[in-house]
Design a protein around this ligand. Sequence first.
Ligand SMILES: [Zn+2]
Length: 84
Amino acid sequence: MQPIDYEFDDDMDEEEPLSNTSLDGTYVCDNCGEEIVIPLDIAAGRDQEYVEDCPVCCSPSVIHVQIDNDGDVQVWAEAEQDRY
Ligand SMILES: [Zn+2]
């Protein structure tokens, strides 16, 4: 019997673990309707919520990020409510 010779091909595209992958998400600005691309920080958790100013119209939006167990990312935005 001949031992099976495994070759590890470094040239192949390897699937990286999700935690090490940087992802982009997109949301549609509630104010101007533009689609905004944002980098996602997966290490920050599967449920994220933060305020970000739209780079197009400078209107603040509450960004929601959800990452499910399959690694599917959902991003959506809400208009920031007036608190004052
Ligand atoms: Zn906008």
